[in-house]
Ligand binder design. Sequence first.
Ligand code: FES
Ligand SMILES: [Fe+2]
Length: 453
Amino acid sequence: MSDQFKLPEGNFRGYERQFVWLEKPDPELTEVGPGTVGGDYLRRHWFPVAMTDQVGDLPYRIRIMGEDLVLFRETGGQLGLVHLHCAHRGMSLEFGIIEQGGIRCSYHGWKYGIDGTIQERPCEPVGSRLKEGTCLGAYPVVEYRGLVFAYMGPHDTMPPFPVYDTMVEDGDEMIPYLIESPCNWLQVMENAWDPFHVVYLHTKAVRTQFTDAFAEMPRIEYFEREIGDFYTNTRRVGDIIWLRIHDQMLPCFTQNGGHFPLPEQSMYFGRCGLSRWITPIDDTHTMVIAWRHFRGGEHDDPKGLTNKDEVGYGKTDFYGQGADRPYEQRQRDPGDYDAWVSQGPTNIHKREHTAFTDRGVSLARRRLRKYIREVQEGKPVKHLTDVFDNPIPTYGGDTMLRIPPQADKDDDVLIQEVARKVAGIYMAHDEYQGQERVDKLRNALQEYEASFS
Ligand code: FES
Ligand SMILES: [Fe+2]
């Protein structure tokens, strides 16, 4: 009888590890709602909150950082973003009436301007004692190239609206998209700080989701700057040393390399395929709001894999960014969305075992915590617009240099040297703007490449 069942042998530790289920998320880094320290830091920045296309002739209800809001376009064309509940007795303004200069509550007719100022209270007797003034929360918005951005911080510290160089390139068609994920914003953001998942999830796990060359383990160099970090993601592909350069600007802006580049010929300061923000809806829901860049030409999409028609509300033209596939297919060939959503509503850092490949994630968390604490200490938040005039120089994109292996040098050492040199060339051109910067930067990269021939 005792031989009837052979029990599995092994070092089973479920019982000892059961307590992982009792661990809680890190509130400082993950909570975004009103009155939270993380939310207070996030509110000091401009965030995209919607696609312009979504705002029609009716009020558009949205939720941002745990606040329920209504976005509307008054009949004169200006956008307003106000708290959802009417300041009188709380009817939702999603049922409000849009008028010239503002929105009117359907219940008793109080009318608010785009800044929340009470303009009319038609049911009140003349001389009613409640003074007219601002008593409905409202936030300033900027509409730019198909996206609506809001600033939800203290009005007296509102920074200028940052315009990055990738937002004003000639000949670049920028198509916005917005995709929601049911998880905390930080795990979506951390996916971009984690270049090693590209090797496995996107290439080795099941199949090549982007390009075969991603299977090559990259050398990553992080460049920490006071504002706007970036990293270089460098691989050798034959005679080409390929650098993908990623902008990582806390709290939530990232730009990655081109979408479908082929490392077959030299490319000097190619620009990003994606400018992307991670906007928290609440602690456990998040929006990716981004522009896909379409520049045309063989460099941008040599295999013809892009598809503008697939980019828009709830969708984009590259693999695995949403829940728009059957569950079985997602299990058999998971994408980014499946990675960050399946970490849980809010990933619990105490359960993790971070390793060498998580340097970017650890760096992001450290810096985020520092910035959150600085706000709590009353220190001013640093913005790129403190240092640069618009358009702000960014680096996201690809550079590919024809630098064959050198007889007298270990190739790993060479790749590291090239990454640092190229990063230095990028940073050395921050003082220039527009086409002058692009031309000078490209010349410097060409000269550097030529030094190897
Ligand atoms: S509840 Fe809006 S006017 Fe009364
Ligand atoms: Fe990814």
